[in-house]
Design a binder for this molecule. Structure first.
Ligand SMILES: Cc1cc2nc3c(=O)[nH]c(=O)nc-3n(C[C@H](O)[C@H](O)[C@H](O)COP(=O)(O)OP(=O)(O)OC[C@H]3O[C@@H](n4cnc5c(N)ncnc54)[C@H](O)[C@@H]3O)c2cc1C
Length: 505
């Protein structure tokens, strides 16, 4: 396919009009992967139009504002700052052109039934905290972190920027040298020399971002621990949505057109080739269709004969969890909490079993609490605190107002027990978001929150592909394809698919 090379050219002759038409690309959805792809493609001169079903762009990273409070509706952990820099760097910009980043110190606090653990910024402080809980644990931790860093370097330089076409992509001198790390689990890896269950839970927590049980996650993914302890936890002032705003601004400057409240109803295919989209009953012709909407949903926009994956295929996949979320305005400041807090004052193994092995609502869940106004005063009115609570649950669970309310009470009572503050009377408002909302808002399969888990059998070339095998000029991006769930992988996914469309990879 040809591309428009000169954005300012005058399209007057019939040949030039044809030339221009051959570079029209439609993108379904406006999550991070779609927005990233839109920038790369527009920069190359394609005419890019994004169709988003919701009223605001950003996908799972949308923002909720209410009564002077600001909430990120999805992602709140800004990890792997190098990937964000690399994205903006590809456009000769840097993050500081769009938002201000602060390194959080402490990065987060973990509440256990009888103690707390604070993860500071920097290995020396983290080692001191490990020593407090288990004397002698800092030296196996440092060994573990050396391997984690090696894995990070291999992942970033050798693996994640590959398109997932073939197993050969995974075979490099580095990966061969450390092949065992793909077949051992992260769960075994963290137990090499460390025994304290609180430290083990803290080390296993980052792999939960990958959407699978630590026992099913390859040891190689300890690179997430390097992202955590090594690279640190950052906060874009104003929240994660500032990153979306930054990419929207970049996309706008490159000429990307974004249409919100524009749900795509059908991908039209003629003679095996994608020819455009039907949006609210109107046909829009395009030369290439790229979807950043959930992969399963995108395939339902095609006639059955053009779908690559069957119902049985999707049923047999390990999906990352769904979540029960609350966005809460408190009319007071909280004490004893940090910006990020993990409530691990419950049985970690049991909760993991309730998500993956025997899907049901957990009796005593772990949960995550984010109070961004602890470090960023702009996130809540003066004297108030913005609270975001997340309970990971199995996708597809029954979701009712009664269940949500029951779990909100449970969160408040656990907060009371752990911090000594009875916050029930201080709740100004609460909004919730769960399985039914994920289905409704994002067309998410079984209401999943984070897409497809990164297990060994669902890594790289074993994930659904970036290019349709059945429809010419139809492409996919986002957390269900390569490299996987999370904001940094979504940015990488957008770059990979843009390169594939340009036939650079
Ligand atoms: C609660 C939660 C917490 C998270 N926390 C973190 C975190 O702390 N750090 C981190 O790095 N990652 C986190 N993640 C993961 C991260 O947010 C996602 O991996 C990433 O944002 C996914 O981007 P995406 O482009 O793949 O898809 P999405 O953001 O899902 O975008 C897909 C878009 O397609 C649109 N769409 C769907 N169907 C149609 C249609 N028919 N027509 C038009 N548009 C359509 C949807 O509305 C949506 O806007 C979190 C996710 C959730 C849900």
């Amino acid at each position: 396919m040809q591309k428009r090379l000169n954005r300012s050219r005058n399209w007057s002759s019939p040949f030039q009009i044809l030339y221009k038409m051959s570079g029209k690309i439609a993108i379904i959805g406006s999550g991070f992967s779609s927005l990233a792809a839109s920038c790369y493609l527009a920069r190359e001169g394609y005419e890019v139009s994004v169709f988003e079903k919701n009223a605001t762009p950003g996908g799972r990273a949308r923002q909720l504002k209410h009564l002077g409070f600001t909430f990120d509706m999805g992602p709140s952990w800004y990890w792997m700052p190098d990937i964000f820099e690399r994205f903006f760097g590809d456009f000769e910009k840097d993050t500081a052109d769009y938002y201000q980043l602060d390194r959080l110190d402490p990065a987060y606090k973990v509440f256990f039934a009888d103690d707390t653990l604070t993860i500071g910024a920097g290995m020396d402080r983290i080692c001191r905290e490990f020593e407090r809980l288990e004397p002698g644990s800092s030296s196996p931790l440092r060994v573990f972190m050396r391997r984690a860093k090696e894995n990070y370097d291999i992942a970033i330089s050798d693996i994640v920027y590959r398109p997932g076409h073939s197993p050969l992509e995974l075979i490099t001198p580095q990966t061969i040298r450390h092949i065992d790390r793909f077949f051992r689990s992260i769960s075994g890896e963290v137990r090499r020399g460390i025994k304290n269950p609180k430290l083990l839970a803290t080390l296993e927590f980052p792999s939960l971002f990958l959407g699978a049980k630590p026992e099913d996650t390859p040891a190689f993914y300890s690179f997430m621990n390097f992202a955590d302890f090594g690279l640190g936890t950052w906060h874009p002032r104003g929240g994660m949505y500032e990153v979306v705003r930054g990419i929207l601004s970049l996309a706008g400057s490159l000429g990307v057109h974004i249409a919100t409240e524009s749900p795509v109803d059908k991908i039209r295919v003629t003679h095996g080739q994608a020819v455009g989209l039907e949006v609210r009953g109107r046909f829009h012709p395009f030369d290439v269709v790229l979807s950043g909407a959930d992969y399963h949903h995108t395939e339902t926009l095609l006639d059955p004969g053009y779908r690559q994956y069957s119902t049985d295929y999707w049923e047999s996949r390990v999906f990352a969890p769904s979540t029960l979320l609350f966005y809460v305005g408190f009319n007071r400041k909280l004490e004893g909490v940090e910006h990020h807090n993990l409530f691990f004052d419950a049985d970690f193994e049991q909760h993991v079993t309730d998500i993956y092995d025997d899907p049901k609502w957990p009796v005593k869940p772990l949960f995550y609490a984010n109070f961004p106004s602890v470090t960023d005063s702009g996130m809540a009115p003066g004297g108030c605190e913005a609270g975001f609570f997340l309970i990971p649950i199995a996708p597809g669970l029954e979701d009712t107002p009664e269940l949500r309310s029951q779990y909100f009470d449970l969160i408040l009572s656990r907060l009371h027990k752990q911090t000594g503050q009875n916050l029930g009377p201080n709740v100004l408002f609460k909004e919730s978001f769960c399985v039914n909302d994920f289905r409704e808002a994002y067309n998410a399969y079984k209401g999943n929150a984070y897409g497809l888990a990164n297990t060994l059998r669902q890594t790289a070339f074993l994930r659904p592909g970036l290019r349709s095998k059945k429809v010419k000029n139809l492409f996919f991006t986002g957390q269900l394809t390569v490299p996987g769930p999370g904001v940094p992988p979504a940015l990488i996914s957008g770059k990979l698919v843009a390169e594939l469309i340009q036939k650079k990879i």
